[in-house]
Design a protein around this ligand. Structure first.
Ligand code: B12
Length: 437
């Protein structure tokens, strides 16, 4: 490791980042979203970093005590990682290199169908190439230090840096996930399989994970459109159910039916756009530090739930986001990453909290109320149906369709060609007899 790599790591450690990895030019052969030059022309290396999620906040979230501390943790850390990324980029620029921090999410490539987003740069793939972790069964990037309950960030530079050694592709899937699979059980919409694998191809190696049944099942859970688990035993913090999914979820191969149900619900919730837009402005823009003025840390939040929501709503309004004050909780799921801890015992404990946590639904005055059984939840929803005016539904539907296409609609020949090349290479690798375990 030459002095520059050492300086970079010392710089990040001095800012509280402990999990750091570097991938140089020879370690960046993979899917289109590992093409660094798409984000920064002439980029040759990536510095990947991970910060842990606040564990006490995860406990409050999974046990259905409160989603507020975890959401505050997300708000603060997505800004903190971007700030550290900018400072490292400025440091490298002061040393005569070109460099840039990378947006942490919602920085999608333009596409003809905008609701299955592909990133400009994949922080997960960058992290695997830089050796800070490997895929877990859920497809999340898992680290030895924090498991998958992390925030990922990165900095790109034209410096040709020395790569850190990668983990074997099946480092976790073979030795840890095979004995666990609690991410599968914690996913309310059963987005990925329990036993079947699929692969991504990175630097000539096949990286296994659980086969996705249908990625829209995750979009529907993560955007709070259907919060009830398939077995009706627990929920996430989403406010909505898709009525015809309560009895039975559609088969994952019924792609069009699932997309239609997603639109039917997504375009009638009345606040679909601000709920996504708060993530977009939080994760893809570094705001002035004033935005954090007086903002409490997750563990400093007041006990009263409405008081906690007041702080989150203030944070959102400081980013120009209105319309979610009553329930300023954009992060309603992420169970697959939140349960995934550095040890099997800790993962088992987090999953136990979730499995025994029951169901939360909007009750009196729309306040999220926790109950033990599906029957109680259904009764509460019947007694306190969410009142969303036609006007709000129509305005929000227009805003969602307009802005999703304003920001993400288009056709990128470069991406199209890269994707075809990658798919061919992946198919060839997967079909090669000795390749897969
Ligand atoms: C899009 C996105 C989502 C989408 C889709 C998720 C997905 N596809 O994996 C949704 C909204 C569903 C989602 C959900 C979640 N997300 Co998210 N998300 C992202 C985002 C923006 C890109 C993910 C990504 O890397 N996709 C590209 C690849 C890896 O996806 P893929 O489907 O495996 O790709 C296959 C093919 O499509 C092809 N391919 C790869 N790249 C490309 C590019 C193009 C153009 C094409 C055509 C094909 C192609 O190759 C792969 C297979 O061979 C990243 C931020 C970032 N910029 O990296 C955050 C990120 C991955 N999300 C994160 C988190 C925490 C979550 C959630 C836990 C919810 C939450 N926010 O709390 C869930 C987890 C769901 C899961 N199990 O995957 C974290 C991940 C942390 C970790 N431990 O890995 C990230 C890194 C944000 C951050 N900065 O921390 N997410």
């Amino acid at each position: 490791m030459s002095s520059l790599e050492r300086d970079i790591k010392d710089f990040l450690r001095s800012r509280g980042v402990e999990v750091i990895g570097i991938a140089g030019p020879e370690r960046l052969d993979g899917p289109p979203s590992l093409d660094l030059s798409y984000t920064m022309r002439g980029a040759r290396s990536i510095v990947s970093m991970a910060l842990p999620m606040n564990v006490e906040a995860i406990y409050e979230f999974l046990s259905k005590r409160s989603p507020a501390p975890h959401n505050m943790d997300q708000f603060l850390n997505y800004q903190r990682l971007q700030r550290i990324g900018k400072e490292l980029a400025d440091y490298l620029i002061s040393k005569g290199f070109r460099a840039t921090g990378v947006p942490l999410s919602a920085d999608y490539r333009r596409a003809l169908y905008v609701f299955r987003p592909k990133p400009a740069l994949s922080l997960r793939l960058g992290a695997i190439a830089a050796g800070i972790g490997a895929q877990g069964w859920s497809g999340n990037l898992k680290t030895r230090e924090y498991g998958a309950s992390i925030y990922l960030g990165a900095v790109l530079t034209d410096a040709e840096l020395q790569s850190d050694p990668p983990l074997p592709p099946d480092y976790f899937v073979e030795d840890v996930c095979r004995k666990c699979k609690r991410c599968v059980k914690s996913c309310p919409s059963h987005m990925f399989e329990e036993s079947e694998k699929e692969y991504l191809l990175l630097n000539g190696e096949l990286h296994p994970r659980g086969r996705r049944r249908n990625i829209d099942l995750c979009h529907i859970s993560c955007f709070g459109l259907h919060s009830l688990s398939e077995d009706r035993r627990f929920s996430n913090w989403g406010m909505h159910w898709i009525e015809n999914w309560v009895e039975e979820q559609p088969h994952p191969q019924k792609t069009l039916r699932i997309i239609m149900d997603m639109f039917r619900r997504g375009l009638t919730v009345g606040d679909g756009w601000p709920r996504f837009d708060v993530l977009r402005v939080l994760c893809s823009k570094l705001w002035p530090e004033e935005i954090l003025k007086g903002m409490p840390q997750p563990e400093e939040l007041p006990q009263e739930e409405s008081e906690r929501y007041r702080w989150l709503a203030l944070f959102a309004r400081r980013m120009g986001i209105k319309g979610i004050d009553k329930y300023p909780i954009p992060m309603v799921c992420g169970h697959c990453a939140l349960v995934c801890a550095p040890t099997l015992e800790e993962t088992a404990e987090r999953y136990r909290l979730l499995a025994e946590s029951g169901i939360v639904v909007p009750g009196r005055g729309g306040r999220m109320t926790r109950v033990k059984t599906f029957e109680e939840a259904a009764e509460l929803r019947r007694r306190y149906p969410l009142e969303i005016s036609i006007y709000r539904k129509v305005v929000d539907a227009f805003r969602s369709i307009f802005y999703w296409h304003f920001y993400y609609f288009g056709f990128e020949p470069r991406t199209f060609i890269q994707a075809r090349t990658y798919r061919k290479k992946l198919l060839k690798a997967v079909r090669a007899p000795q390749s897969r375990k």
